[in-house]
Design a protein around this ligand. Structure first.
Ligand SMILES: Cc1ncc(COP(=O)(O)O)c(C=O)c1O
Length: 405
């Protein structure tokens, strides 16, 4: 039996996590969204949407709205379950080799990240009920006793993790506990996740079905047909003198916009405004991703818009590939992990010449960093990144974290 067939199984009552009772208690707007044709809502990081780490876009706006509502400095959505977010928070709290104080009932995700990052857990035990065998919530007196037992000079603590409520739903009064920690200048991470479930069966079954699809002869012949259609689109565009670049992937249409004196970002902007959304703009090219959908209407639409673009945009003769500043073999001046965790300050990129980066500078797409932590922003790199800002507005007047010297 496949995962997807089991997902349709009916139970008399479903009293397990995730606790939306097989969709019945999902937010109404989400239910409405999921009624759309499957996959319709599966959009990438379009400028309007952004990502959990970007400063603009709908995700950033929504995160800001919630952090304001909760009186928090920040809010980050995550799709790797609570585990992914907890692990990020643990990494933010302690460096490798440092200690975190935590109760014995922490979730496995905490332990795994400690093991991976070489962060030392210092466990404290919890009071438990002799009737149920369950851990009881932590009281202020209990935590004070833990602190008394700890030799803070010997065990330098980077922070404290608390779990509240517990899996069964026991919850204590957090405020006095957090006050206790703050009095010792210890940051506190409260794991309030219980019963979210990151190994989502729905997403896992999508892995299974997507792979199974490739083993199915009927699907395979459909995909082969699409590849032939894509090859024919490429040929016809070439016949119409549209400057395409040949790659080994027939499902990508890479337009060499620079041949027409137009940079890929300007072209992308134009197509975007006209409803034809590409995948990857670059200085010299614009890449469209045909995928396995039926793209028969692409040819005419693209040709029409391309002609309009040629008529309407300013041409530049000086478009040229920016020479990369990299040596054939090169490691960052300072170890990447050390630079990433070092004290840094945020300054305008224009003032960063000859400083060591503590940051990753990475246009997305394609998600390939221009600069990584520990690398020196020497004159070649400085000019290279500066020149990219002529076309990429994310690289205009941006700030970068550089190491304190
Ligand atoms: C206290 C606690 N933290 C973290 C997690 C991990 O959540 P997820 O499965 O969403 O990664 C759980 C899961 O049950 C949990 O109970």
């Amino acid at each position: 039996m496949s995962i997807s067939s089991f997902l349709t199984k009916k139970f008399l009552k479903s009293l397990f996590f995730p606790a939306h009772n097989r969709g019945a208690a999902l937010p109404k707007k989400l239910v409405k969204l999921l009624k759309n044709p499957p996959g319709y809502w599966d959009l990438p990081e379009l400028p309007e949407i952004g990502s959990p780490l970007s400063q603009s876009g709908l995700i950033a706006k929504s995160q800001r709205e919630f952090s304001d509502k909760f009186g928090a400095k920040g809010c980050f959505f995550g799709v790797n379950g609570a585990s992914g977010l907890i692990q990020s928070a643990v990494i933010a709290m302690a460096n490798p080799g440092e200690n975190i104080l935590m109760p014995r009932n922490v979730h496995i995700s905490v332990i795994k990240i400690c093991a991976m990052q070489n962060i030392n857990p210092i466990f404290f035990d919890l009071e438990f009920s002799t009737i149920t065998g369950h851990y009881k919530p932590i009281t202020k007196i209990w935590l004070e006793n833990v602190f008394k037992k700890l030799n803070f000079d010997e065990n330098k603590i980077a922070g404290v993790i608390l779990v509240n409520p517990s899996y069964h739903g026991y919850a204590g009064d957090l405020e006095p506990l957090i006050d206790c920690c703050h009095q010792k200048n210890l940051p506190v991470l409260v794991d309030e996740a219980h019963g979210s479930t990151s190994p989502s069966s729905l997403l896992l079954s999508s892995c299974e079905e997507s792979i199974r699809d490739w083993l199915n002869k009927k699907s395979l012949s459909k995909y082969q047909k699409r590849i032939l259609e894509a090859k024919s689109i490429y040929k016809k565009l070439i016949q119409k003198n549209i400057p395409l670049i040949e790659t080994q992937d027939p499902l990508k249409i890479v337009v060499n916009t620079s041949k027409a004196g137009i940079d890929g970002f300007t072209a992308d902007n134009f197509f975007y405004r006209n409803g034809l959304i590409a995948e990857l703009p670059e200085m010299m090219t614009l890449t469209f991703c045909l995928g396995f959908g039926n793209q028969k209407d692409f040819l005419n639409l693209f040709e029409k818009l391309w002609k309009k673009l040629l008529l309407n945009s300013k041409k530049s003769k000086s478009l040229e590939v920016l020479r990369s500043p990299f040596k054939l073999v090169q490691a960052p001046e300072i170890e990447i992990g050390i630079a990433w965790r070092s004290k840094s300050r945020s300054i305008p990129f224009s003032q960063s010449l000859n400083k060591i980066s503590g940051d990753i500078i990475c246009p997305y797409p394609p998600g390939i960093p221009l600069l990584v932590p520990g690398e020196k922003i020497d004159i070649d790199r400085f000019n290279w990144i500066n020149n990219q800002s002529l076309c990429n507005k994310d690289l205009v007047n941006f700030n970068i974290r550089v190491l304190e010297t």
